[in-house]
Design a protein around this ligand. Sequence first.
Ligand SMILES: Nc1ncnc2c1ncn2[C@@H]1O[C@H](COP(=O)(O)OP(=O)(O)OP(=O)(O)O)[C@@H](O)[C@H]1O
Length: 247
Amino acid sequence: MKIMFKTPRQSPTTSPARTARVHFADLYAGYPGHPVLSQLSGEITRLTMTALVGPNGSGKSTLLGVLAGVIHPTSGELHCTGERQPAYVPQRGAVGDSLPLTVRQTVEMGCWGRRGPWRRLNGRDRTVVDAALDRLGVGDLAARQLGELSGGQRQRALIAQGLAQESDLLLLDEPTSGLDPEARERIEELLTALVADGVTVVQATHDLEVARRANACLLLQDGRLAGQGHPEEVLTTSALARIWQTL
Ligand SMILES: Nc1ncnc2c1ncn2[C@@H]1O[C@H](COP(=O)(O)OP(=O)(O)OP(=O)(O)O)[C@@H](O)[C@H]1O
């Protein structure tokens, strides 16, 4: 298994928007005694919104874990260009309601990777945290406990934590699932604005409308890639029928 991180070197003819932020080839990954992903080859193009789509259990979260570096492939190649570690925003349901954390403390945790074991924040970190709270519209909730928030508010706090990591690659696991249309739209608009600001965004989603609005799509079935490319080419009626009707 080969995992490589390298700083991108662009030739004069290479547009930065066209280069791969992550490239993987013949990738296998899973959990002890439970292989999930097999033979995955593909890429995440820089400065795009990529949607990971597939039925329950198809491996979307596992692939996000691999891209985030928290799940190590068992074999294959994973090449990451870029100097920063990805920022990973887990599923809202995976974050305990009873964690005794305020919204501000939750967002401050996004700075821990830069601050190391002592985790003492400096003035710049506090500015980054304030900016992330403001951008997600949760500044007025900063002193509230995470467990007291609505689903949409908690989701925005978690995305703010992702922003505080100041990465150019943001990975989100179902950021809009279970939210009302207004909250969903607000998060979608924010993610689109982040791409325009130079962030590469990858989100796992069950919402085919969200996936259709992405720039690229990876369609998973039973841990294998069933399609990749522009959503219009990947999420065809026949592909969706083939995958969902075999469940
Ligand atoms: N920690 C774990 N240990 C063992 N197996 C796991 C673990 N997490 C997930 N799995 C299994 O890996 C497979 C893929 O799960 P994964 O969560 O990646 O799918 P998914 O496409 O994100 O599903 P969903 O849409 O339901 O969130 C499933 O069979 C699941 O049961």
